[in-house]
Design a protein around this ligand. Structure first.
Ligand code: GRF
Length: 197
């Protein structure tokens, strides 16, 4: 079976990356991971890459004077490994239209709110501070504008009276881990082709 080649992009702890890698190991998601790419030299996701023995690119955006040059460097690194799909999992940077076009639009991401509510940074805090009773997470296509791409899947998370920001954050992360792997399995497993590889 020819499995799609995916790269995982992350800027932080990498708990979403870890959940995806576990689901690939357990054959729930059919994919080859070409690499983990991070823009943050001391990000927690680096330890995840080591633990799963996945090729790692640390590409510090601060070393590039324009977004276009940085994205071109990412495209070069990812294409060099024959990456077909880009899976942003806690990736905290906007990308340019040319980056998205380079992967034929096969770029997806996760956001910790029920879009279109609470776009942008600190979405869990935004929902908690607003006082909504239901929030959740969204997996969506990536387009040039932040958090505006078509929705691929959502999972609701209830905010109970006793919840704190910390308990809500923990519930959100566990919902994200389930949702992302479910959506990736739906999309990527349908993109496997019969034949030998
Ligand atoms: C997640 O909540 C993700 O939705 C947001 O940043 C967080 C990253 O967490 N964009 P992790 O690095 O996957 O643990």
């Amino acid at each position: 079976m020819n499995q799609p080649n995916i790269a995982l992009l992350a800027s932080g702890n990498g708990s979403n990356v870890q959940a995806i890698l576990q689901n690939i190991e357990q054959h729930h998601i059919h994919a080859n991971v070409t690499c983990i790419l991070t823009n943050v030299p001391n990000a927690g996701v680096i330890d995840v890459a080591k633990a799963f023995d996945v090729p790692l690119f640390v590409l510090n955006h601060k070393a590039y004077d324009t977004r276009a040059k940085y994205d071109a460097a990412m495209v070069k690194a990812l294409k060099g490994l024959k990456t077909q799909w880009v899976v942003m999992a806690g990736w905290l940077r906007l990308v340019t239209a040319s980056f998205i076009e380079a992967f034929e639009g096969q770029v997806l991401s996760i956001h910790p709110s029920l879009l279109p509510s609470f776009k942008g940074l600190h979405a869990i805090d935004q929902a908690f501070d607003y006082g909504v009773k239901i929030t959740g997470c969204t997996v969506h296509w990536v387009v040039e504008k932040m958090d505006e791409g078509g929705i691929l899947g959502q999972e609701a998370v209830f905010i109970d009276d006793g919840d704190t920001l910390a308990s809500l954050t923990a519930k959100m992360h566990s919902a994200e881990h389930k949702l992302y792997s479910r959506v990736l399995a739906q999309i990527l497993n349908a993109n496997c082709q019969n034949g030998t590889d």
